[in-house]
Design a protein around this ligand. Structure first.
Ligand code: ARG
Length: 562
């Protein structure tokens, strides 16, 4: 168990404050001479009506030192605690080495289902760079929740419905020159652009498009076939991009899937008097909550985005009986989520409290938005390709002898891009710069991946790993700091899930990487003393394992050589 928790459990009864609060108050002193953990007593001076230094002295008398701790000192207003380094080192190392790939996982989620909706791209539209945050954050949360034992359902709520498909079919019928299955996304987008150009000169095209959309809606076989094929072509292509990023889904049920599931919702809203007619449209008035009305049915009888979201939420509850439903969607849609969550509440769906809009900020390219200079959307694939190419050059320079440079470049290039949206709090806007994301010495994925490869290389050179080691030999400051960082990893995984923030895992493995590199430079791992060498190699192996687990949880590959 984590030392902070053990300490908090021992302090709680003598302070009369609950354990979680105490856990939050416990600090890790910068200077190890001040102990491994410190408890600031001024937090108690209000309730205990005493000076912090008196409280510290009093607590020291009352407290029985918990297991794993060897000393407690009252200094100023602080209680400083010293751990039994050998015992802690031995517990941490044996746990990591025993659990292996499972280090950081738990069973806390067993029996519970979490649905996570992410990426949710639009059919026949570019898979753009702006889809990166939802895709990367959603995938990381999916892996993190799975690791915590939850039954996880990854959903790609495809944007596959709407009048634009009438336009697509019109354009294809007029200008298509090969089977629709053979169209790439870029070619489909080109058709769409051409439609808009031509419709400016010939507005009658819009009527044709409307007619085609109506045909899709009413189940006309030709219209349905064309629409399905465009959708299949898009999915086939994006699956390749998803695979590069280690992304997968359990369900591809998009907006169209809910076509026949909206009527019961519309009826219920009417019957319960929640919706009302307004200029021929059906809306839910939300002025009481200071929000604009939520549109349910437009005056021309068509349903919209929000109606499909209401149907989707109800369907997911019935189908998966989730204990949580997460929507990883940009903050631009904050209002939309507030509105339809409120409508669900008005409908008496008390489980709406388990629905969370996991929002995030904007990504932009340095010196511009995520659009290219010509105002065109930047394709995510192009960004990944460019990253891999640049990484390949760096690797050729740094490791000319590496055998499989191509796959290392793919893992590191793609990893660098994913990391750019995983290392900070979601809501922060991200300005993307090549120099920043590909800096092998910065706070980047390549740096963590490189550290992992370095630990692999040390172990490779050492040959066989000693089975037995004396962890108490790891008492130098660098080893101690590294052990502490490794020990904190499982808690980071838990906290990332609680906050819906993958960055907590990213920061944890960054800390481990920093600590390992300090250890690597300050201490000779291949020490002359055999016992010391064995202990340091075990620590190196635990580092390798934890970095690998952390990278994988974020959807990144941990190459053994680079
Ligand atoms: N396809 C939408 C877009 O690209 C995102 C869908 C978000 N999810 C939802 N359930 N509304 O803007």
């Amino acid at each position: 168990m984590d030392s902070v928790k053990i300490l908090a459990a021992a302090l709680a009864p003598v302070c009369g404050v609950d354990e979680t609060a105490i856990s939050d108050w416990i600090e890790v002193p910068k200077n190890t001479e001040m102990g491994d953990y410190a408890f600031p007593c001024f937090r108690l001076s209000k309730t205990m009506r005493k000076a912090p230094n008196m409280i510290a002295a009093e607590l020291k008398e009352k407290l029985e030192l918990p297991e794993g701790f060897v000393k407690c000192e009252a200094v100023g207003g602080y209680l400083n605690f010293f751990t039994d380094k050998g015992a802690v080192a031995s517990t941490v190392l044996s746990r990591v080495l025993k659990e292996g790939d499972a280090y950081g996982t738990s069973t806390e989620g067993n029996g519970k289902t979490v649905c996570i909706e992410y990426s949710s791209i639009n059919i026949a539209k570019p898979f753009g760079f702006h889809h990166l945050p939802s895709t990367a954050i959603g995938n990381a949360l999916y892996r993190i929740y799975k690791a915590l034992g939850y039954n996880t359902v990854g959903i790609n709520h495809l944007g596959d419905w709407g009048t634009q498909f009438g336009k697509m079919i019109t354009a294809y019928k007029l200008w298509g020159d090969k089977p629709v299955d053979d169209y790439s996304i870029r070619e489909l987008v080109a058709l769409y652009v051409r439609f808009h150009d031509e419709a400016e000169k010939d507005p009658a095209l819009n009527d044709t498009a409307r007619a085609w959309f109506h045909k899709i809606e009413s189940g006309d076989p030709e219209a349905l076939e064309l629409w399905t094929k465009m959708k299949d072509a898009t999915i086939r292509e994006v699956k390749v991009t998803y695979a590069r990023m280690g992304v997968d889904f359990d369900s591809w049920a998009g907006e169209a899937f809910y076509t026949d599931k909206m009527q019961p919702i519309i009826d219920e809203l009417r019957e319960k008097g929640i919706s009302k007619l307004d200029h021929g449209a059906e809306i839910v008035d939300l002025s009481e909550w200071n929000m604009p009305p939520c549109m349910i049915v437009k005056s021309d009888g068509s349903t919209i985005y929000a109606t499909r979201d209401l149907a989707a939420a109800c369907y997911r509850k019935e189908t998966y009986d989730f204990s949580k439903l997460l929507y990883v969607v940009a903050y631009q849609q904050d209002l939309h989520f507030k509105q339809f969550f409120k409508v669900l509440e008005l409908m008496g769906r008390d489980w709406v409290k388990d629905c969370v809009h996991v929002n995030f900020g904007m990504v932009s390219m340095e010196g511009g938005s995520f659009h290219t200079r010509e105002g065109k959307v930047l394709y995510l694939d192009d960004v990944l390709d460019a990253a891999v190419e640049k990484t390949y050059e760096i690797i050729c320079e740094k490791s000319p002898d590496l055998e499989d440079k191509k796959s290392a470049a793919e893992a590191v290039g793609v990893g660098a891009i994913l990391w750019s949206v995983l290392y900070n709090s979601r809501i922060k806007d991200v300005t993307f710069s090549w120099d920043k994301v590909l800096n092998f010495d910065g706070e980047t994925a390549p740096y963590v991946q490189y550290t992992h490869a370095r630990s692999c290389s040390v172990l490779r050179k050492a040959g066989t790993l000693p089975k037995e080691f004396d962890a108490s030999l790891l008492d130098d400051p660098e080893s101690t700091a590294l052990l502490k960082a490794i020990a904190a990893f499982p808690e980071a995984v838990k906290s990332a899930a609680e906050k819906y923030e993958p960055y907590v895992v990213a920061r944890s493995i960054m800390q481990i990487s920093n600590a390992f590199n300090r250890f690597y430079y300050e201490q000779r791992i291949m020490a002359d003393d055999e016992a010391v060498r064995a202990a340091r190699l075990a620590l190196c192996d635990a580092t390798r394992q934890t970095l690998k687990n952390g990278l994988n949880l974020l959807g990144l590959i941990a190459p053994e050589r680079m």
